[in-house]
Design a protein around this ligand. Structure first.
Ligand SMILES: Nc1ncnc2c1ncn2[C@@H]1O[C@H](COP(=O)(O)OP(=O)(O)O)[C@@H](O)[C@H]1O
Ligand SMILES: [Mg+2]
Length: 234
């Protein structure tokens, strides 16, 4: 993973521009934002961009059911029927089943990635996996181990996370942003006291690459995410 590595595009033009062309191949990216900011939407676009390139995608969902995600994709006008379970595998995990979820992620996911040759993997949201551990030290150790396991795989990984209470900058458990190579923040900003709030995206960190430091407004449209790269919120 170096700046010369091939770029893995999100398929969202303004965001790819902010990332200097896209994520670095085989890197780990976290998308952090409160509910409704568009984490799942961004992750779906990342998946779809892979499908358009003929890549294989695994989408591990801890909150939304498989059918809901497939319906979301169809509503965006994407033809999913043909690729469903041949190029894209959506797997819903039950975050209340501690042992099963952990076993799926730590043991079965690496095997599945290799079996199907997945280049793009999404875990949405990783915060529900982190929440399985009640003890802070165990949570840190388990997340670290999981990320180490994933670094051996030949895929680019997206981890989404809710934000921490009273913060729009930190992930729910304030761990994933330290372990990920790239951190994308989605948050609402008020450009000035009299203005309305806007959703805005920021690349807070990107190991091994140049990236935009700007805070750019974005809009979730029916079939695309529009990031206004030329605009500045401030
Ligand atoms: N199926 C849908 N139909 C209409 N709007 C949707 C749908 N899914 C998401 N949205 C819109 O997109 C926003 C972001 O949703 P989502 O990507 O699921 O956010 P997050 O994963 O961050 O909670 C929602 O607040 C809603 O406005
Ligand atoms: Mg979501």
């Amino acid at each position: 993973m170096t700046a010369d590595s091939p770029r893995v595009r999100f398929g969202i033009d303004g965001l790819d521009q902010m990332l200097g062309g896209g994520l670095l191949e085989k890197s780990i990216c976290s998308i952090i934002g409160t509910y409704g900011t568009g984490k799942t939407t961004l992750a779906l676009h990342f998946a779809h961009e892979g499908l358009k390139n003929g890549e294989k995608v695994i989408y591990i969902s801890l909150d939304e059911r498989e059918e809901m995600l497939y319906q979301d994709m169809e509503r965006k006008g994407w033809d999913i029927e043909e690729v469903r379970n041949t190029s894209i595998y959506v797997v819903k995990l039950d975050p209340t089943d501690f042992t099963l979820s952990i076993n799926h992620l730590k043991n079965e996911l690496p095997q599945l990635i290799r079996e199907i040759g997945a280049q793009r993997v999404i875990i949405d949201p990783i915060s529900l996996f982190e929440g399985l551990f009640t003890d802070e030290a165990t949570r840190r150790k388990e997340l670290f181990r999981f990320i180490e396991i994933m670094r051996d795989e030949a895929c680019t990984l997206i981890l989404t996370s809710e934000t921490r209470e009273n913060s729009s900058y930190a992930s729910k458990y304030a761990l994933v942003e330290y372990m990920a190579d790239t951190v994308i923040l989605l948050r609402y900003v008020r450009p000035n006291k009299l203005a309305e709030v806007h959703p805005a995206v920021e690349v807070a960190k990107m190991r091994g690459s140049d990236h935009s430091r700007g805070v750019k407004p974005y809009e979730l449209l029916r079939d695309q995410v529009q990031v206004y790269f030329e605009a500045n919120v401030f």
